[in-house]
Design a protein around this ligand. Structure first.
Ligand SMILES: [Zn+2]
Length: 265
């Protein structure tokens, strides 16, 4: 059966489930104990290579978590109480395994996943026009989304709008450490041009070392967390947590008193 016919006949959610199932069967070929995925809690002889310039041991054969997914999962589990108590959490473009962890957790009733594709999340939402009232959420998780949205400023202001005072947005993106400033050129419109300029064909910009400044605002404190540095080297190796270009967590806290923003850290 040709691919287009399959697309027409099989709903996208079911197609995704079948792909996952196939992937999980294939993961049996990687039985072993050298690597550990803290997202699906399974061990393997190795992870799969991943990326346009393939990164070795990047992708979990069972759940397809990447280095950044495992760092985010470790941070959420160890540094927040989101899996242990009910908080209002909005998770954009959810990694399916983290979404699964939330849905199995004590915090599941406060958890909202959102994506523009209804097959990938519980709520259909455009991050540039978030369909929730002001000050709804305690936490927002937004990993590797802001490089892809046409109007990044609008997306950031929308996230802060729906965040409660005292709430936190945990943001991740690809960072080019060699570039002090984010590079974007709206004249690059083809996948080939974007791939050549940004390293991925669906990126609209490549963030530089100014990313924290782009997230900062009058009432927003931004702390850059390299959570890999909190983990012992053996755990970083076993979980394959990357080189820090994709795994930094930008923790953006909305000040409680908006007239006297806190500074520091
Ligand atoms: Zn996994």
């Amino acid at each position: 059966m040709n691919r287009n016919l399959v697309r027409k006949l099989v709903p996208e959610k079911l197609r995704i489930r079948l792909i996952m199932l196939k992937m999980q069967l294939k993961s049996l070929a990687y039985t072993g104990d050298t690597f550990y995925c803290n997202c699906c809690r399974k061990t393997f002889s190795r992870f799969l290579p991943y990326g346009n310039i393939p990164r070795e041991n990047a992708c979990c054969p069972w759940c397809h978590s990447l280095e950044r997914t495992r760092v985010l999962q470790a941070y959420l589990e160890r540094e927040t109480d989101l899996f242990r108590r009910e908080r209002k959490v909005l998770h954009f473009a959810p990694e399916w395994i983290i979404r699964k962890r939330f849905r199995q957790s004590a915090g599941r009733r406060g958890y909202y996943s959102a994506d523009i594709n209804p097959a990938l999340a519980d709520h259909v939402a455009d991050i540039m026009q978030i369909p929730f009232p002001d000050e709804t959420f305690d936490y927002i998780i937004c990993s590797h989304v802001l490089g892809h949205v046409p109007d990044e400023k609008k997306a950031v202001s929308e996230m802060y709008r729906v965040l409660k005072p005292g709430g936190e947005a945990l943001v991740m993106t690809v960072i080019d450490p060699d570039n002090p400033e984010t590079f974007e050129n709206p004249e690059l419109t083809t996948p080939e041009e974007r791939f050549a300029a940004y390293g991925e064909q669906d990126l609209l910009r490549l963030h530089g070392r100014d990313f924290a400044d782009r997230l900062a605002g009058e009432n927003i404190n931004v702390e850059v967390i390299d959570y890999r540095t909190k983990l012992p080297p053996s755990e970083n190796r076993r979980m394959s947590t990357g080189n820090g270009n994709r795994e930094l967590i930008f923790r953006c806290t909305k000040c409680r008193d908006q007239r006297t923003p806190e500074r520091g850290n």
